[in-house]
Design a binder for this molecule. Structure first.
Ligand code: NAD
Length: 366
């Protein structure tokens, strides 16, 4: 198994309710490990383990680069949710989360619904991303879209000296919850919009409502544009697609856009395409649930998300200065923040200056 520096990995088994789950805590230097629980029919335990380790590590970097006081964690429940999901299984999972005493905070992810999270919440208070009716933050997608929009503007400013997207040709791939909210923001700014989606009716809806020009889902990269915004699925930037891209910037919400993080970020740079790291500009959703931990306010979540503009500028400047790709720069900046806070903690404890026994998520002044 590849060593990724995780602090704790918990295997949760209860044959009585059919639960097989893994909780991975990657790093809690900055705060409790927050990340969703994914319910998926993995082919094997090894596959599930690999996925949860990779996703938990990704959460550490996302939180760190976004300036949040959170660590990285993730959970997976193994099995087909359509066949094995039950109240007892979900509540048992909640008990395992509770047993970690707040080191890991869970949330909704693929295969898990709002209703499911209500069962989990009966057994543990370490849950976030609850619906608005339960005092939670609700759908994070508009906040995610706002962060992508700001990251896009920062990249355009870096490239052209202006942050206005008026008249800029932008193709949005995926008109789902995030893509749709992004189109609305971009339309207000009078960008020239193109879009692609697997659903022809969705494309048609956006053509009539927002004057978005449709592109075929399998040929989107033939369209000459200024900015490509992947908002559908991961792995879309790879050795097959990158040579065909006809854009100056890539900035979108999809997780894990680079099929091969190192190689594809270099391929993009070699083609002179400015790639804005996905985990940096899609952090609005995480910022949204983070805000819920202290009592939710949408305006505070949006205000915090504005930091993404500044963070993007910082990453792009560091990439230029250090002669590395923006992806590498974002990773380095995240690691530097974690190291500096770890050193700060060590200093504080060694001088007995500061001590807290309170979990960070209960600290209202954060
Ligand atoms: P969604 O399921 O609501 O929408 C995805 C859309 O992409 C759908 O309309 C689907 O038809 C389309 N699509 C799928 N495959 C496609 C393809 N090959 N070509 C064109 N269109 C395709 O998802 P979402 O919540 O809008 O999230 C979009 C992406 O952003 C995902 O990768 C998600 O992991 C990521 N993300 C979302 C959030 C959030 O707040 N929702 C936060 C962070 C990251």
């Amino acid at each position: 198994m590849v060593q990724m520096g995780h602090q704790q990995v918990v295997f949760c088994l209860d044959e009585g309710v059919g639960l097989r789950a893994i909780i991975a805590i990657h790093d809690t230097t900055l705060g409790p490990a927050l990340g969703g629980v994914r319910f998926w029919a993995y082919q094997s335990e090894e596959e599930a383990l690999w996925d949860v380790l990779r996703l938990a590590r990704g959460m550490t970097y996302k939180a760190a680069v976004s300036g949040l006081n959170l660590g990285g964690g993730k959970a997976v429940i193994i099995g087909d949710p359509l066949h094995i999901k039950s109240e007892a299984l979900l509540r048992r999972f909640g008990q395992f989360v509770e047993s970690l005493g707040g080191r890991y905070i869970t949330a909704e992810d693929m295969g898990v619904s709002v209703k499911d999270m209500e069962y989990v919440r009966i057994e543990t208070s370490y849950v976030t991303g609850l619906p608005e009716e339960l005092g939670g933050s609700g759908d994070p997608s508009p906040v995610t879209a706002y962060g992508v929009y700001l990251g896009m503007k920062a990249a355009w400013k870096k490239l052209t000296g202006t942050e206005s997207l008026k008249g800029v040709k932008i193709l949005v791939q995926g008109l789902g919850k995030v893509g749709a909210a992004l189109v609305e923001l971009l339309q207000k700014e009078q960008a020239i919009l193109y879009a692609t989606d697997l659903s022809a009716s969705r494309l048609e809806e956006f053509r009539t409502q927002y004057n978005v020009q449709p592109a075929a889902p399998d040929q989107w990269y033939l369209q000459p544009i200024d900015i490509f915004a992947p908002c559908a699925r991961g792995g879309v930037l790879n050795q097959e697609t990158i040579p065909h891209l006809r854009c100056a910037v890539v900035a979108g919400s999809a997780n894990n856009q680079l099929a091969d993080e190192e190689q594809d970020s270099i391929r993009l740079a070699e083609r002179g395409i400015l790639y804005v790291p996905d985990f940096l500009i899609n952090a609005g959703g995480l910022i949204n649930v983070y805000t819920e931990l202290e009592g939710y306010s949408r305006s505070r979540a949006l205000a915090r998300t504005e930091y993404i503009y500044e963070a993007t500028m910082r990453v792009l400047a560091a990439a230029e200065q250090r002669q590395i790709t923006p992806h590498q720069a974002a990773m380095q900046i995240a690691e530097e923040r974690i190291r500096s806070i770890a050193a700060l903690r060590a200093r504080s404890f060694s001088h007995s200056v500061f001590e807290t026994s309170q979990p960070i998520w209960q600290n209202k002044s954060l």
